[in-house]
Design a binder for this molecule. Structure first.
Ligand code: KIV
Length: 261
């Protein structure tokens, strides 16, 4: 792996037929590991709400929290493009609000931002301000209360709405469009209709790339999701290590002279 990934490179990767690999990270340790493993872009996702902060949805996450985590991930990432989520309530009220808040994420070290929903004018304005912006359509978690749960979107008449929204975001200059929990054939249609790369999560194999939540890939989440695949059993490995540490302290096996001065 070489060459710093930049926002324009994502579109070029789609044109070259190269699959884009992305994963979330919330701190410098895992940002650095994801970078070393070759992720093309790393998302400081507002899923930090569920994975790190113990919230039930992404709705409570604040801009200050996103800035804090963006700074931390920045410290660990060198090659990958660093994208940060604009959290719920930080961009919907006006274009001015979106630009002001996106600037704060960029000053914290992001190289692009992502926002959820159909906001083409906002994406145009952010792009004009020098802020590469990614869209996010389908099951957009910040709208969980409107959807009534994590439900697949874009079935039936909803498909044309998602396709039209994607075309608008594309024209507005989106550097990519995350497609979350939509049928495989719709994701394929969107991918073929836009020049921006589509990044799927629960959207099938025909997207220009895939994104996953770090904790799902590492098997740290207590529950499994159909759209995710654990690539290791992190939860039991960590529990085993922490249990062994406790056992050794309690029975005097640790520390030994090897760990003492
Ligand atoms: O915050 C997040 O984790 C996301 C997903 C699309 C990966 O936005």
């Amino acid at each position: 792996m070489s060459d710093k990934i930049t926002a324009p490179k994502l579109r070029a990767m789609k044109q070259a037929g190269q699959q884009i690999v992305s994963i979330t990270a919330y701190d410098s340790t895992f940002g650095s590991l994801a970078d070393l493993a070759g992720a093309d872009f790393i998302l400081v996702g507002d899923s930090v709400a569920n994975t790190m902060l113990g919230f039930e949805s992404t709705v409570p996450v604040t801009l200050e929290q996103m800035i804090h985590h963006t700074r931390a991930v920045r410290a660990g990432v060198k090659r990958a493009l660093l994208v940060a989520d604009l959290p719920f309530g930080s961009y919907q009220a006006s274009i001015e609000q979106a630009v002001t808040n996106a600037v704060l994420l960029m000053k914290a070290g992001a190289e692009a931002v992502k926002l959820e929903g159909s906001y083409p004018e906002t994406i145009s304005a952010l792009t004009l301000a020098g802020i590469p912006t990614m869209g996010h359509l389908g099951m957009t978690p910040q709208s969980i209360h409107r959807f009534g749960g994590h439900k697949v979107q874009g079935r039936g008449s909803g498909a044309d709405r998602i396709l039209a929204a994607a075309e608008e975001l594309d024209k507005a200059g989106a550097i990519g469009i995350v497609l979350e929990l939509i049928p495989t054939d719709l994701a394929k249609r969107v991918t073929e209709s836009v020049t921006a790369p589509t990044i799927g999560i629960g959207a099938g194999p025909h997207c220009s790339g895939q994104i996953q939540v770090l904790h799902d890939v590492l098997g740290l989440s207590p529950v499994g999701f159909r759209h995710a695949k654990p690539f290791m059993n992190g939860r039991s490995l960590i529990l085993e290590a922490l249990g062994e540490y406790s056992r050794q302290v309690r029975c005097g096996e640790f520390p030994t002279s090897e760990h003492s001065f």
